[in-house]
Design a protein around this ligand. Sequence first.
Ligand SMILES: Cc1cc2nc3c(=O)[nH]c(=O)nc-3n(C[C@H](O)[C@H](O)[C@H](O)COP(=O)(O)OP(=O)(O)OC[C@H]3O[C@@H](n4cnc5c(N)ncnc54)[C@H](O)[C@@H]3O)c2cc1C
Length: 378
Amino acid sequence: MQGRDNDWDEIEAFRDTIRRIARERIEPLAAELDRTGGPPQRQYDIFRETGLIGLGLPEEYGGGGGDLMMQAIAVEEMARVCSASALTMSLGWGTLDPLVQFGDEVLKRQIIPAVAAGEKKTAWCITEPQGGSDMAAMTTRAVREGDSWVLNGVKRFITNAGWADWYLVVARTEDREFGIFMVSREDPGISFGANEKKMGLRGSPTADVNFNDCRIPADRVVGRPTGGLSRMSQSLAHSRPVIAAQALGVAQGALDQAVAYVKARMSMGQSLSRYQMVRGQIGDMAIRIEGARALLYRAIGQALRRSPDARALASMAKAMCSDVAMSVTVDAVQLHGGYGYLEDYPVERMMRDAKITQIYEGTNEIQRLIVAKHVLQD
Ligand SMILES: Cc1cc2nc3c(=O)[nH]c(=O)nc-3n(C[C@H](O)[C@H](O)[C@H](O)COP(=O)(O)OP(=O)(O)OC[C@H]3O[C@@H](n4cnc5c(N)ncnc54)[C@H](O)[C@@H]3O)c2cc1C
């Protein structure tokens, strides 16, 4: 389904469809997924069955061809009830973006259709133990040996590590050059660390990926074996609005919960929703969410138009939506009083899930550096 610029009826109909799937099928599983940890196999199966798993992949490779607006709306609605599920649904779209944009046809045909069909899962491997923000300091190496590339190094905090079938890996190929490689879980020399115990997003697996003389065929390099960092930066700029949408969804979900709670809860003889201080807080949460949504949709509009401002706007939207997610979820817990501190109420999980959106896909400090560079034009 394609999202045309002003076709809001189509977009809102699409939103209703996703909301129904989220409410009926994903929300009932959310608390249990958080409690038991991943991998989110049942959720993945639902996304495969409904075709959502391939939504953000090109139609020519069996995907849904949903543009960035469709992807953001699907993720927003899913994260409104379960952030880990929203990430599970969308990870393949962003992970394969460098392959879609820069890969050669044979490699695309080998990998994308199976991911779009929900037969294979993906992960992307950029971050390393010594730092994620400084991509140029990466030490994982890929060395050409005859008809193979041989990879050595460790990637940290990798979503879907051990669960995914395909790993998009950024590795140093020369002193100042990096390449992007597709590594299969079946390749010799790849192994996985233990699942990390996290504050939030517990339903999504996160672990180290180790490469010890990991040998892959030479044709698994994505495009040229140089220029990988700039290609990754382009792909990250493309996928950042989707992470912003995840944050926005968490914020909206927390507001939904807070509204229901303050209407039902009585204090000093009347509903909490009648107190001016509570009403002010609810109003303020809604203003922050709508402000973040407006910025996100503007960023997406500029990305669809391929505007030169798109990268900076994507960073603005990622920082703003995730900051709003954090502040709104904290407010939602506060409005629940002591009950907000219990696992029995979704706002407790939402507050923990909000935090990661300020950290991954480039921390919000890094987003501010990108924005400042654009504004200062240096
Ligand atoms: C649950 C989870 C899932 C993740 N999934 C993936 C994944 O699938 N693939 C992947 O590759 N990575 C993944 N990450 C890693 C994530 O992207 C990194 O954690 C993030 O980029 C930050 O890197 P770091 O943790 O090494 O922090 P650092 O880079 O060490 O930063 C530490 C702090 O210093 C600040 N800082 C760093 N440099 C500067 C600077 N120049 N100016 C100002 N402040 C600065 C940062 O903003 C941060 O506050 C995941 C992380 C988590 C927790």
